[in-house]
Design a protein around this ligand. Structure first.
Ligand SMILES: Nc1ncnc2c1ncn2[C@@H]1O[C@H](COP(=O)(O)OP(=O)(O)O)[C@@H](O)[C@H]1O
Ligand SMILES: [Mg+2]
Length: 505
């Protein structure tokens, strides 16, 4: 859907450079609204500027609106996209045509009484492309104190910069970055970086980093702040952001905006904010991720320890049955460790399952003992799956792979031809993955001897398939089928799993 703002810009008579200049202004002008305690509206011409200076026929369209956070708003409604005849806003038309700031009274809406308007032409590459209008009601304004006077003076200086095409700054920092606002704390300096004003919030923030002395007349370094933001912003003629760590781990975020007149810095507006809590939270979040990774890492190490213990113990057992049992247990533990190895790399709750599959295939080929060299191929993918499904899924796939390699292609009995023996199709196991929004599908297919004729997955008592059955049905809420079709040329066994993607836990 096209936004009202986009529609407003399409209606306005602006070339692309002018439009992006106005957009940059509205990206950074909440600062200005806060400084003048007023609503700001941005007007653009609806059609080409009329040649004659009166411009009564000129129509205007609102392409920006911002409310102050330091005062109440006059406009409850959104005015973006509104078209106004120039005759109704003569001051705006005047600023548009003369390129000079126009101030006066104006009746906006019937019943609202008279409002004050300050119309500031917005210049871009030497020409006026729009008008930024400050609207306020003098009878409901704030009581005027020092702070109000300083802020309004700053607004006037910014207005001149807007009219001169210096504000908004091009190459200003990335939008979206957290920046301090007027309400967080304001320091004003003169052209040599000496402080001429600190707002109460700025004074409090400075107290928190241990600065209690009077700041007026000193530079920021002079009062003990280890920063060169003001000097840097003078040198670059651009806003500069810096974060400094003061005493007792208090972190201050500073943003110095140079006030520029005829290309000379005449002072700086420094916004500052105590961001200790914010940074502390960032760090906690980071360390939470790190902790999760560390836990997975330790689980993996513990599983590896268990698996080596089992291996050591298996070597000391004479009875082949016992040996096999321990070797199988060791293998199962290892397939769980594979999952934790991958989980320990990042803390997300989705696991890239295809990486796990690679590891499981490698493991199955290493641990399966059989007379044949069985090719294992993987087709399709599952993508990312929830971490809690990854472990049971891995154990299941490891069992099925193992069975396909071991039971599909057993030692040939003396004199009996076996599937996969020379002359027949080469021994092969295929893993096929697929998924849609609702299901994961896993197929393990081999071209081996096929299942015993009496085989029934629900009846089998052996450990491997009991584990598989149990994990698929209870932990994954899925279904499993196993079949051998002697009529197909390949014979062999096909195991099919269907697992719902969103389980209700
Ligand atoms: N892919 C397969 N091809 C042929 N037979 C299989 C296959 N998978 C399982 N079986 C049969 O099912 C039986 C049970 O398997 P399982 O429960 O994993 O126990 P184990 O692997 O310890 O024998 C196997 O002994 C084998 O007879
Ligand atoms: Mg088995």
């Amino acid at each position: 859907m096209t936004s009202p703002l986009e529609l407003a810009y399409r209606g306005a008579h602006l070339d692309p450079a002018s439009r992006s200049h106005l957009e940059e202004l509205t990206a950074s002008w909440s600062l200005l609204a806060d400084l003048c305690f007023s609503d700001l509206l941005l007007y653009a011409p609806l059609e080409r500027l009329a040649a004659e200076p009166s411009g009564r026929e000129q129509r205007l369209i609102v392409v920006g609106q911002v409310r102050p956070t330091t005062s109440q708003t006059l406009f409850e409604i959104d005015l973006v996209g509104e078209v106004i005849a120039g005759a109704e806003l003569p001051l705006v038309v005047e600023a548009l045509h003369t390129g000079a700031i126009a101030v006066g009274e104006q009746r906006y809406e019937p019943g609202e009484g008279h409002l004050r308007l300050e119309c500031i032409p917005v210049r871009c590459s030497g020409k006026v492309v729009g008008v930024m209008t400050r609207v306020w009601n003098p009878s409901v304004g704030r009581r005027r104190g020092t702070l109000e006077r300083v802020y309004l003076d700053l607004f006037e200086r910014f207005s001149v910069m807007v009219a001169d095409g210096i504000f908004p700054f091009t190459d200003d920092e990335l939008p979206g970055e957290h920046l301090p606002r007027v309400g967080d704390g304001v320091i004003v300096t003169d052209e040599r970086g000496r402080v001429t004003f600190s707002s109460p919030n700025a004074v409090s923030a400075l107290h928190r980093v241990g600065i209690r002395s009077a700041t007026i007349g000193s530079t920021l370094q002079g009062v003990g702040l280890d920063t060169t933001v003001v000097e840097d912003s003078f040198a670059s003629r651009l806003p500069v952001v810096e974060e400094i760590e003061g005493r007792s781990e208090v972190v201050l975020l500073l943003r110095s905006i140079p006030l520029v007149n005829r290309d000379e810095p005449t002072g700086a507006l420094v916004l500052l904010q105590d961001v200790t809590d914010l940074r502390h939270r960032d760090r906690l979040l980071l360390s939470k991720d790190a902790t999760i990774r560390e836990v997975h890492h330790r689980v993996k190490n513990n599983l590896q320890t268990i698996s080596s213990l089992l291996r050591l113990q298996a070597r000391r057992i004479e009875a082949p049955a016992g040996r096999t049992a321990l070797a199988e247990a060791e293998r199962r533990i290892r397939s769980i460790a594979v999952v934790h190895e991958i989980l320990s790399r990042d803390a997300s709750d989705q696991v890239p399952f295809d990486e796990i599959v690679q590891a499981l295939v490698r493991m199955a080929r290493e641990t399966s003992v059989g007379p044949y060299d069985v090719t294992v191929s993987v087709e399709g993918e599952l993508g990312e799956i929830p971490a809690e499904s990854a472990t049971p899924m891995s154990v299941v796939i490891a069992e099925l792979l193992q069975n396909a390699i071991e039971h599909g292609f057993p030692e040939p009995a003396e004199g009996v031809a076996q599937a996969g023996a020379s002359g027949v199709a080469p021994p092969r196991v295929e893993l096929v993955f697929g998924h849609d929004a609702k299901h994961y599908e896993v197929v393990v297919r081999d071209n081996g001897v096929g299942l015993p004729s009496s085989f029934d997955i629900d009846e089998t008592r052996s450990l491997g398939l009991s584990i598989v059955r149990d994990l698929v049905r209870t932990q994954l809420s899925g279904t499993i089928t196993m079949e051998s079709d002697p009529r197909t040329a390949d014979g062999g066994t096909t195991v099919r799993l269907e697992i719902p993607a969103h389980r209700s836990v």
